[in-house]
Design a protein around this ligand. Structure first.
Ligand code: CA
Length: 238
C-alpha cells in the first residue's frame, strides 16, 4: 500500500509487552518508524527529546495513567495538537468517553486487528496533514509561508524548524504577512489588523517590523519582510 505517511514516527506507550510487540511489528510492517515505552513518564521523556508524529497510548498504565498524561499533553502548547490514538479495553465505554474528552483523536478497542490499527493511524495522520478536520476533529492551524511556519493555536513560529521567540503582537503582525504573501499592507492597515485601535502611532508598526526582522536575521527567512517604499510592507517569498 502506498501512502504519504509511511515515514511517520509512531510512539507506542503500552505496559503489556505482548501488545507492545504486536503493535511495533504491525507499525514497522506498514513502513512507520516505531519507538515504544512502557510508561507515560518514559513517553514524556521521549517527547521532550524528539516529537513523534503520532502517539498510540494505552488507557491503563502504571503510575501515571494514559488519560491523565493525555490531559497534561493537551495543556501544553507543544503537544496540544499532537495526534493521539487511545487504546482501551473492550466494553469500557466510560474509558472511551474519558479518552475522547481528554483530547484523544481516536480510540481503538483491544483486542484489535493490526490492519484496523494501521488504518486508524493513517486516517488520523491524513486528517492532520491535509488540514481537513472532519467532525469534531481539530483543524490544523498551521500556516506556511516559504521557510516560515506559524501555528495560530499555539502561537509558535519557526523558520526551517528553528523556533522564533515572538511577543503576542509580533506574532499577530507576522501572521498577517504569512497569510497573504506578496500583498502590500500599509501601516494604517496593520494598525487596524494587529492593534485594533487608532490610538497607536504608526511608528509602532515600524518598531515592531524592525524587531521581527531582527528575529529573522540569519535565518532562511531573513529577506521575507520587505519595505515597499511609500506604501508599507509585504512578505516576499523567493
Ligand atoms: Ca495497560
Amino acid at each position: 500500500m502506498t501512502d504519504t505517511n509511511t515515514a511517520a514516527r509512531i510512539l507506542v506507550v503500552e505496559d503489556e509487552s505482548a501488545i507492545r510487540t504486536l503493535i511495533t511489528f504491525a507499525c514497522a510492517g506498514a513502513g512507520f518508524e516505531v519507538e515504544s515505552v512502557d510508561s507515560a513518564i518514559k513517553a514524556q521523556a521521549m517527547i521532550d527529546s524528539s516529537m513523534p508524529d503520532l502517539v498510540l497510548l494505552d488507557y491503563m498504565l502504571p503510575e501515571l495513567s494514559g488519560v491523565d498524561w493525555l490531559i497534561q499533553l493537551r495543556e501544553k502548547p507543544q503537544t496540544r495538537h499532537l495526534p493521539v490514538i487511545m487504546l482501551t479495553a473492550r466494553g469500557s465505554e466510560s474509558d472511551r468517553v474519558k479518552g475522547l474528552n481528554a483530547g484523544a483523536d481516536d480510540y481503538i478497542v483491544k483486542p484489535f486487528m493490526p490492519r484496523e490499527l494501521i488504518a486508524r493511524i493513517q486516517a488520523v495522520l491524513r486528517r492532520y496533514q491535509y488540514q481537513s478536520g472532519a467532525g469534531a476533529a481539530p483543524v490544523s492551524t498551521k500556516i506556511v509561508c516559504g521557510p516560515l511556519t506559524m501555528d495560530e493555536a499555539s502561537y509558535e513560529a519557526n523558520v526551517d524548524g528553528v523556533p522564533l521567540s515572538l511577543s503576542a503582537k509580533e506574532f499577530k503582525l507576522l501572521l498577517v504577512f504569512a497569510k497573504n504573501p506578496e500583498r502590500v499592507y500599509s501601516r494604517e492597515m496593520l494598525l487596524s489588523l494587529v492593534w485594533d485601535n487608532a490610538y497607536v502611532d504608526e511608528r509602532t508598526v515600524d518598531v515592531h517590523m524592525l524587531r521581527l526582522r531582527k528575529q529573522l536575521q540569519g535565518t532562511k527567512a531573513e529577506s521575507l519582510l520587505q519595505t515597499v517604499r511609500g506604501l508599507g510592507y509585504r512578505a516576499h517569498v523567493e
